[in-house]
Write a protein of this length. Structure first.
Length: 182
């Protein structure tokens, strides 16, 4: 399946271990899984599958509290495919998530879900996110170079990482769809 998945992580070993298990059972798996790690304690690269591209971004004092934009920009030069999906290290995904997103997003530059249910380990709680006008990054697939390039622009324009998904959905002028399935 010609798709790149990106996971940004840092100092969340329990969450990342669960994410790794989710990715290992994913069917089918992405061709490429880019992991950008900016934690003080790096992920053990020896536990990563062969299709993973590990990128170490050393944290620095001047980093913003939210480093999503910085980490996404580190991943950008390594993206090999014109389909890009985001896998959060602290969210749960069904085994067929990638194939379902590819199938449902056919014909759109950007596709996402306005409904996201997830379990947060830090609070030991389930949450549900619903916004009818946009999708959070954790529930989004980019299906074209145009969309991937615009995501990069959004990261550059909002380098503090706050509101990336909101700004992306507001400003992207390609074909896009938000549903309420996941």
């Amino acid at each position: 399946m010609d798709i790149t998945a990106i996971t940004c992580t840092g100092d969340r070993p329990v969450q990342f271990d669960i994410c790794l298990k989710i990715m290992n059972r994913m069917n089918p798996k992405p061709n490429q899984w880019i992991i950008v790690d900016d934690g003080k304690i790096p992920v053990d690269k020896d536990i990563l599958p062969q299709y993973a591209t590990y990128i170490r971004r050393e944290p620095i004092k001047s980093d913003y509290p939210m480093t999503l934009s910085l980490n996404m920009l580190e991943a950008y030069p390594h993206i090999k495919y014109d389909k890009l999906i985001f896998i959060e290290d602290d969210d749960w995904y069904p085994v067929n998530y990638i194939s379902a997103m590819i199938q449902e997003s056919n014909g759109y530059d950007v596709y996402g879900s306005s409904r996201r249910r997830f379990f947060q380990l830090s609070t030991n709680s389930y949450y549900e996110f619903i916004k009818t006008w946009e999708s959070i990054t954790a529930s989004m697939i980019l299906n074209s170079k145009k969309a991937i390039d615009f995501w990069r622009e959004t990261c550059l324009n909002y380098i503090d990482g706050n509101g990336l998904d909101t700004y992306f959905w507001r400003d992207f002028n390609g074909s896009k769809k938000v549903n309420q399935k996941y």
